[in-house]
Design a protein around this ligand. Structure first.
Ligand code: NAP
Length: 437
């Protein structure tokens, strides 16, 4: 038997588990997650109103149901079980823990009440137990969202949609109610570079064209007359599509709906200003774009916002003893190899870039590498696998959540949902453990 441990049950981990459990002779694949719930960002990162993206879970469920695959939920590698203990027990380890920690803006005022990172904000509305108590202050008229990626668009859209528009989503009841009762009238989505350099994709950008209560706006003066020279033709097509959408937004009437989404470009946050410890405004500096790079002009302006959400990327978290590149916030690796027998894939390998299909192909590459390495150097066959880990967990009174027990939690979430929602998530680990006890 070849004992394989996968740390992290998000898409990257699931794809490696799928391939190794099918293609690696004699493989026993154990998938660890620190939560009692599997599927990582598919459950707690993908926007709750993008239910179609979550359909991939059905494929992962088939992987978890194989005889040679075991889900070991509610186990934190690094605290419940050490990295060394895992290495002592398994022939192969794949680290697929994603990138959950928010990158900092590094400006004054970031510690004020009313400032959130997209990681914590998204986790909150998606019912991730880490942020069950975030309770963000949305009792404000103006909210700034920093960043021009799809995460910034997700957050803007969720703040802009009505309760009816979120009706078939699985946003938590608490988050839905907080957003619904927010008096927000102006959402500012701020990119430090221009519309040409924005990293959001057109399907997501276009969703603002038809919202019930929110109108998307762009200052026509910020729209380029044409594309700069030298852009790759494939990329140019995608950019042109975004520019068309933005031009349509530039022609919108600001008074046509009660909530305005201002897509603002070429501005970098300078300072989050506060009064009584809370956000009172955001100071920005205008940029010009030279050869695709933002260059500060020295000209500043201020936005009347009472909340700031930064959506500027993530860092992975180090596990004690595991090689970690602190500068980049990723697991140290050479093309996916961390050290003998230990591999990594997904956002913790490459940084927080790419949608689920991109992570699938990364996981396939790493899984193939694992199989090639095992063929070249077969394992000694003396690693005990989960038997040793089970003993340690028992001695430490750590409760493992199995896939079957997750299915009990899953069914309970589905059956307690009301008003056409697909599920009402439990966002506290204690609630989930009580349920399966
Ligand atoms: P992203 O696409 O890399 O966007 C990050 C944004 O933050 C960029 O606009 C970047 O600007 C900006 N930024 C970085 N540092 C900054 C700073 N100090 N000040 C101001 N702005 C700063 O990342 P993401 O939005 O977090 O998304 C991560 C990945 O998940 C992406 O691949 C995304 O496509 C994917 N995703 C997809 C979906 C979907 O398909 N619906 C939804 C969510 C996420 P610069 O470009 O100037 O660096």
């Amino acid at each position: 038997m070849i004992n394989v441990a996968i740390v992290g049950s998000g898409p990257s981990g699931c794809y490696i588990a799928d391939m190794l459990s099918k293609k690696l002779d004699g493989a026993q694949v154990d998938i660890y997650d620190r939560l009692p719930t599997p599927f990582g960002l598919v459950r707690a990162g993908v926007a709750p109103d993008h239910q179609g993206t979550k359909n991939i879970i059905r494929q992962f469920e088939r992987t978890f149901s194989r005889d040679n695959v075991r889900f070991m939920g509610n186990i934190n590698i690094g605290s419940d079980i050490s990295y060394q203990e895992l290495k002592d027990s398994y022939d192969v380890i794949a680290i697929t823990i994603g990138a959950l920690n928010d990158r900092n803006l590094g400006i004054t005022g970031e510690d004020l009440s009313g400032v959130y990172g997209s990681g914590e904000f998204v986790a909150w509305y998606n019912g991730h137990p880490d942020q069950a108590d975030l309770n963000p202050d949305l009792n404000c008229n103006g909210i700034a969202i920093i960043g021009n990626g799809n995460v910034a668009l997700d957050i803007s859209r969720l703040l802009a949609k009505t309760a009816a528009e979120m009706g078939s989503s699985d946003i938590t009841a608490e988050a839905a109610s907080a957003i619904d009762s927010s008096p927000v009238t102006d959402i500012y989505l701020i990119g430090r570079r221009g519309p040409v350099e924005a990293s959001f994709t057109n399907a997501e950008l276009s969703e603002f064209a038809e919202l019930d209560r929110c109108i998307a706006l762009v200052d026509p003066a910020q729209m380029p007359a044409s594309l700069p020279e030298g852009i790759d033709p494939k990329e140019a097509k995608a950019i042109e599509k975004n520019l068309d959408t933005l031009r349509a937004y530039a022609a919108n009437n600001a008074d046509s709906k009660p909530v305005r989404l201002h897509l603002m470009f070429c501005a970098s946050p300078l300072e989050i200003c506060g009064s009584d410890g809370k956000v009172s405004s955001l100071k920005l500096e205008k940029n010009t774009i030279i050869d695709g790079r933002a260059k500060a002009t020295g000209e500043t302006f201020e936005l009347p916002v009472q909340s700031v959400i930064s959506a500027i990327g993530y860092r992975s978290e180090a596990i004690g003893g595991m090689p970690f590149d602190s500068d980049r916030g990723i697991v140290s690796n050479n093309e996916g190899l961390v050290e003998t027998g230990v591999y990594t894939a997904g956002w913790c390998k490459r940084g927080p870039q790419g949608v689920i299909p991109a992570n699938r192909s990364d996981s396939m590459t790493v899984a193939k590498q694992i199989m090639a390495d095992l063929e070249a150097t077969p394992p000694a066959g003396n690693k005990p696998g989960s038997a040793a880990i089970d003993e340690l967990l028992q001695a430490r009174s750590v409760k493992t959540v199995s896939f079957q027990q997750w299915q009990t939690i899953n069914e309970a979430e589905i059956s307690r949902a009301v008003d056409g929602k697909p599920r009402e998530k439990f966002n506290r680990i204690s609630e989930m453990l009580e349920l399966i006890d």
